[in-house]
Structure formats: C-alpha cells, structure tokens
Design a protein around this ligand. Structure first.
Ligand SMILES: C[S@@+](CC[C@H](N)C(=O)[O-])C[C@H]1O[C@@H](n2cnc3c(N)ncnc32)[C@H](O)[C@@H]1O
Length: 246
C-alpha cells in the first residue's frame, strides 16, 4: 500500500520546469527548424493527436467552415486537417515561418494579446506549455473573442509520457525534437493544473468545457464552447481573406 502511494507520488510529482526549448532560440538554422517541425507533424499523426482534433471537428453540431490553428509553426498539421475536412484554414504564430509554401495564410500575432482572425473553431497543439499560467488564462480568453469553440491539445507533465517518448519516439526523430520534447513534457501542466486554469479563465463567462486526458497521459484536450457573443464584436478581428502567406 505504502509502495503504491510512493510510486504514484513519484509519477506525478515532477516540478514544472521553466527551461527554454532549442526551437525558441533565434539563431537555429532554418533547415533544422523545418526538419524539427516536420518531425513534430509526424509525431502528432503517430500519437493520434491530429486524428483527435479531426474527430472533434467532425463532431461539431454546427457548420465548421473556417478553422484557425493557434501557434501553427510551419502549418503541417493544419495542412492535413484542411485536406481531410475541406475547410478554410488559417494559421497564427508569434514567429511565423520564414519561407512558407502553403495554400493558406499564416498571420503573425501574439495569440495571448493580439486580435486574431475570426474562425468557427480554433485549435492549438503543444502551445499551452510555452505559456506561463497568466498567459494561458489570457490565451483562453482571447481566443473566445474570435472563435465560438477552442480545442486546446497539449502534453501532460508526467513520468509516463516522458519514459514512452524516450523509448519509442526519440530513436526516430531529429536531435532538436529529442531534446525539446523532453523539456516540453517537463514544462507542461498537469491535468489538475490545466483544469484549474481553465476554470479561472472562463469563470462567469457562461462558457462550457470538457477536459479529457488520453491513456498513458500522452495528451490532454480541453474542448471549450464559449457562450454566444453579443452582436457588437468587442474587438476588431484581423482581416485575412487572402490565400497568400503574410
Ligand atoms: C512547440 S511549437 C508547436 C507547433 C505546432 N502547433 C505543432 O504542434 O506542430 C509552439 C508554437 O507556438 C508558437 N507560439 C508560442 N507562443 C505564442 C503566442 N503567444 N502566440 C502565438 N504563437 C505562439 C511558437 O512560435 C511555436 O511555433
């Protein structure tokens, strides 16, 4: 009994690191950045992250015409979603790619504070853990000004996904991803932390959310439905009807 308790404590007691990832440095060569994001898109496919977001979009009871990827990086996941669902796609990133070759726009914006393009549904992958608590709360509130639903998918800070990554994924990806993914897991929010911050962000807003954690803690998903907005939009959205990358 005591052994069980100690094991459970070990698995969940990892302190959140504030270490930066290699991809956040300004001096990483462009071809290495491109390789790392290609690997990340493959990881999302392999782990079922992309399929989870697609399934959630398909379950939407309302029409989904336009989808926004918040923190889209090189746009690999958004490209797959656009191809599978035939939706209009638009990306936002605080540091958009330098040489994009995509059939949709990527707008340069800080998703925590700046106006965003309007869309029916927004999603984000592996963005939440980059943000301090107050910014994660700000992100959830800001996205709700421009989209009626937000699907936020992220890692879980837990020893199990860390061990699984080292054993089954690290041998097949580039050195930057090997390093950054481990920092990302240690930098992520635990499921109770994520739920607490979401409740704080949405308190009194009339929004509803569902929070699920996948088996083996490989991902957590927040699925937020914001309360309908009054007719006058409180903030001006970014106008980005064009198809070229900005
Ligand atoms: C780990 S990458 C994930 C990229 C992509 N979503 C994926 O999963 O393959 C995190 C991305 O979030 C972007 N990002 C970080 N903070 C942001 C912010 N405040 N607003 C918009 N994008 C942000 C980074 O520039 C980076 O491209």
């Amino acid at each position: 009994m005591r052994y069980k308790k100690e094991t459970a404590h070990f698995l969940t007691s990892m302190t959140r690191t504030l270490e930066k990832e290699i991809l956040e440095r300004p001096d990483v060569a462009e071809h290495l950045v491109a390789r790392a994001y290609r690997d990340l898109t493959r990881i999302h496919r392999f782990l079922g992250d992309t399929a989870s977001v697609i399934a959630a979009l398909r379950r939407d009871p309302l029409p989904v015409r336009r989808v926004l990827d918040v923190g889209c990086a090189a746009g690999g996941v958004l490209l797959e979603i656009r191809r599978k669902l035939g939706v209009q796609a638009i990306g936002v990133d605080i540091k958009p790619p330098k040489t994009p070759d995509l059939p949709f726009a990527i707008v340069s914006a800080d998703a925590v504070r700046d106006p965003l393009p309007e869309a029916d549904v927004a999603f984000s992958m592996y963005l939440g853990h980059h943000l301090p608590e107050s910014d994660l709360v700000g992100l959830i509130r800001n996205v709700g000004q421009f989209c009626r639903r937000f699907i936020l998918l992220d890692l879980v800070r837990h020893a199990l996904p860390l061990a699984l990554f080292r054993g089954f994924v690290a041998p097949f990806v580039c050195p930057i991803v090997v390093s950054d993914a481990q920092v990302s897991i240690r930098r992520s929010y635990t499921a109770p932390e994520m739920a607490r911050l979401t409740r704080e962000a949405l308190a009194g807003s009339g929004a509803r959310f569902r929070h699920t954690v996948a088996p083996l803690y490989v991902r957590q998903i927040l699925d937020i439905n914001y309360a309908p907005r009054p007719h006058s939009c409180p903030r001006e959205p970014v106008d980005c009807q064009q198809d070229a990358v900005q």
